[in-house]
Design a protein. Structure first.
Length: 93
């Protein structure tokens, strides 16, 4: 089956989180670059600030009321995936 034909509901939560993180980081990078040219070190610092776990949690809290029930369920499946480690500079909550 081609990847575009896969049912997201059948993917593991860790796979959903992996894909979601990649999509989110790409959107963040696009927004940063659109804001203007800057040195790579500064680009990366802005990116890290926006994609870290606490920033993603804040974005989720703002988006959650706007999501459909299916979107909310999918996001929660990815969000609740546990890899056995805590991201650097994040708390277990």
């Amino acid at each position: 089956m081609a990847p575009e034909e896969q049912n997201p509901k059948l993917l593991s939560p860790l796979t959903l989180a992996f894909v979601g993180d990649g999509v989110y980081e790409l959107l963040v990078r696009k927004r940063i670059v659109e804001a203007g040219s800057m040195p790579p070190k500064k680009l990366n610092a802005h990116k890290v600030e926006m994609v870290r776990a606490s920033a993603q949690a804040a974005v989720y809290d703002g988006l959650e009321p706007l999501l459909t029930e299916d979107e909310r369920d999918m996001l929660k499946r990815g969000r609740n995936a546990h890899t056995g480690s805590v991201p650097k500079n994040a708390q277990m909550a």
